[in-house]
Design a protein around this ligand. Structure first.
Ligand code: SF4
Length: 210
């Protein structure tokens, strides 16, 4: 079953969406409500969507809870269920061990994507979903080539189909900002991990000093 279709461009992705019938079941990994907003509106016509919130990277725990509650509230607008797993900071720390000092879009982030996508693939397989994917690619700060490479590798590993992900296309990121305003969503100003929080603080301080 795995490796049936490998999509390599957004055009192929749109053609693929239009070829779908009977709304397959999609487990959609999401990191926050703003990133899921455009993605849900794009995909809900084609898929029976369940959100999966699996984000051991997020620091501190209060931020993890804030993002989770926001996504649950947002999904109520569309009658979409939200699943989430147990927060496990150690899983993230072990996964990125030795890479802590690297910045955003580095190998630290590759491992962080892989951790979350792998948990999603395992959950999708266990619960019998037809497809899994992630909202992560909507962010201009994320490398969609890595996300798709990881997704297709996991498809082969676990035997559950991966849906190509490049949701920043067609002004997806801009649309997510508009939707965040429309639905009054909480929008965080750092990616999620403690290192991105520190990077944000350094950036803010530098701005204040100039
Ligand atoms: S910057 Fe974002 S993607 Fe990169 S490791 Fe931190 S939380 Fe993960």
């Amino acid at each position: 079953m795995s490796g049936d279709i490998v999509i390599t461009s957004y055009k192929e992705f749109l053609d693929f969406l239009n070829s779908l019938e009977n709304k397959p079941k999609l487990l959609l990994h999401a990191c926050c409500a703003p990133c899921s907003s455009h993605t849900i509106l794009l995909l809900k016509k084609y898929f029976d969507i369940t959100i999966f919130y699996s984000n051991d990277n997020i620091y501190p725990y209060s931020e993890y809870e804030t993002r989770l509650n926001e996504i649950i509230n947002f999904c109520k607008n569309f009658d979409i269920n939200v699943l989430y797993d147990e927060y496990n900071e150690d899983d993230y720390n072990n996964k990125i061990k030795g890479l802590e000092h690297l910045g955003e879009k580095s190998n630290r982030c590759y491992m962080c994507y892989e951790l979350r996508l792998e948990k999603t693939a395992i959950k999708a397989k266990k619960l019998g979903y037809d497809y899994f994917t992630t909202t992560l690619s909507i962010s201009p700060y994320k490398v969609e080539r890595w996300i798709n490479e990881i997704g297709y590798n996991l498809e082969n590993k676990y035997g559950v189909k991966y849906l190509y992900s490049n949701f920043k296309k067609d002004d997806g990121y801009k649309h997510s900002i508009e939707l965040s305003k429309e639905y009054n969503l909480y929008r965080q100003d750092y990616c999620g991990c403690k290192y991105s929080l520190e990077e944000r603080d350094i950036h803010d301080r530098a701005k204040e000093e100039n």
